[in-house]
Design a protein around this ligand. Structure first.
Ligand code: CTP
Ligand code: MG
Length: 229
């Protein structure tokens, strides 16, 4: 397949505070990983999918991946992640087929991101050969504050965007960017930009929020409850 999707699911979910790793936490009857996989398998074209799992949950991730894949089980692989998200992304990229043209990197924690956003990202990479991130406008007022709590300066929110995943890139360019990157990037857009590569935004979706805190999990539960007939 032309498209490769890396689902990073190797984090522990410290801020969520559940005993199991965050991707294995269940919301509305299905784990976050299962939901992220369902979106990935719903893409309108076949994709090579790599799940990056915690070492402790490799078997569990494989079981979930095979169940969601059904007859397409050959298109999904599970690998073990690293201590940082960036290392987990590296492990996922290494497992993609050589001929991959576009890579999407997606947080399992953004379990409710609709597949339409994945499609938009792929289409824009193909159209322009650039890095692409889904984003939403900032609705709150943003202030830059100092250590002593004083507001240093107001920030014009028209210049800002809230960035989500999946973040997508031409695969060879992103692989090179990651290979030469410093070790402290918290997302893939930052890696691509640090290599001097252009990145553009496309429209994200409010449902693509990252499930980080217990409050986020409640919000996801409520959204899913509201969707039931
Ligand atoms: N992730 C990963 N490997 C890591 C750290 C994070 O694959 N070493 C993944 C997480 O599983 C998640 C995504 O990156 O899907 C975004 O990270 P975050 O929301 O910060 O998840 P955690 O790191 O698990 O949560 P926390 O920071 O609260 O511990
Ligand atoms: Mg984290």
């Amino acid at each position: 397949p032309a498209v490769g999707i890396v689902i990073v699911a190797a984090g522990s979910g410290t801020r969520l505070g559940h005993p199991e790793p965050k991707a294995f936490v269940v919301v509305g009857g299905r784990s976050l990983l299962e939901r992220a996989l369902e979106a990935s398998f719903s893409l309108s074209e076949p994709a090579s999918i790599v799940v990056v799992a915690p070492a402790s949950h490799r078997a569990g991730a494989e079981e979930i991946a095979m169940r969601v894949a059904g007859a397409a089980r050959d298109s999904v692989r599970v690998v073990v992640g690293g201590a940082t998200r960036q290392q987990s992304v590296g492990a996922g990229l290494a497992a993609l087929p050589e001929g991959t043209r576009e890579v999407l990197i997606h947080d399992a924690a953004r379990a409710l991101q609709p597949v339409a956003v994945f499609e938009r990202v792929v289409a824009r990479i193909r159209a322009d050969g650039v890095g692409v991130v889904p984003a939403l406008p900032v609705v709150d007022t943003i202030a830059r504050r100092a250590a002593d709590d004083r507001v240093v300066e107001p920030v014009d929110r028209a210049d800002l965007a809230v960035v989500q995943t999946p973040q997508g890139f031409p695969f060879p360019l992103y692989r090179a960017a990651l290979a030469s990157a410093a070790a402290d990037h918290t997302d893939d857009m930052g890696v691509h930009r640090a290599a001097g590569q252009p990145v553009v935004v496309v429209e994200g979706d409010a449902r693509g929020f990252k499930i980080t805190t217990p409050w986020d999990l409640r919000r996801a539960e409520q959204l899913l409850g509201a969707e039931r007939p």
